[in-house]
Design a protein around this ligand. Structure first.
Ligand SMILES: [Zn+2]
Ligand SMILES: [Zn+2]
Length: 229
């Protein structure tokens, strides 16, 4: 059999070597900035993968349930390899910073942030709080202020990955009885109105034709910065 590259080689290696800095840089490449949330996700993701002892290939044997769509979920996606695009990531919106990893038919672990984690991290790097207030709470877009915010974000992320896991999260073995089945391969059909290709299970039937949700004014669900709507 032909040997092809394993695309997660350097991530898997960093997990084994507990090289959280390497994982943080890799996660930041898709996240766009360094922040505490991303760092928390990296810490959580590394713990999840090492507990389950399996490596992800994006074929849905390994699944992650994320309960929030904030910065941390990007860290978890990169480190676990369970992503939105490979159907390995399930979004169950409770609004908690909590992640569950499931190895189908084997084991599941849920990680949840400690109630005192935020305050604990604040004491480790207090300089960040002021910047956060200006840029995130008051939405300042003043260039120097944003730049300073990013610098503090970077340093706080670096401080965060150096903290012991137990100071930030708790982890428990769990069970997920209602795990979704493997994603079905769905037929693609052509909407009879706009002529755009669309997944058949995302159409309605009008006059024995397939009509997409947009053309039929059906409800289109959206995941955005405020959650599901
Ligand atoms: Zn972020
Ligand atoms: Zn259409």
């Amino acid at each position: 059999m032909e040997t092809i590259p394993y695309p997660r080689q350097h991530i898997q290696q960093a997990i084994q070597q507990r090289n959280l800095e390497e994982l943080l840089h890799t996660a930041a490449a898709i996240h766009g900035h360094y922040c505490t949330g991303l760092a928390m996700g990296v810490v959580a993701g590394r713990e999840l993968v090492s507990r389950i002892g399996a490596s992800a290939d994006g074929l849905e044997d390994l699944l992650v349930i994320t309960e929030t769509n904030n910065c941390a979920s990007d860290g978890v996606q990169v480190v676990t390899g369970c992503t939105f695009g490979n159907n390995g990531l399930i979004f169950r919106e409770t609004g908690k910073i909590a992640f569950t990893i499931v190895n189908r038919g084997k084991a599941a672990f849920r990680i949840v942030v400690r109630p005192d984690a935020r305050e604990f991290l604040r004491t480790k790097y207090a300089e960040f709080s002021d910047s956060y207030q200006k840029v995130i709470v008051n939405q300042s877009r003043d260039e120097a202020t944003v730049e300073e915010f990013k610098i503090h974000g970077y340093h706080k992320a670096m401080v965060t990955i150096k903290q012991p896991f137990e100071q930030l999260f708790t982890i428990q073995k769990t069970e997920i009885p209602d795990l979704p089945d493997f994603a079905k391969a769905t037929e693609t059909v052509i909407c009879s109105m706009c002529q755009e290709p669309v997944m058949e299970n995302h159409t309605v039937e009008i006059n024995q034709d397939f009509v997409c949700f947009s053309c039929s004014n059906s409800e289109i669900r959206e995941l955005n910065g405020n959650g599901m709507k």
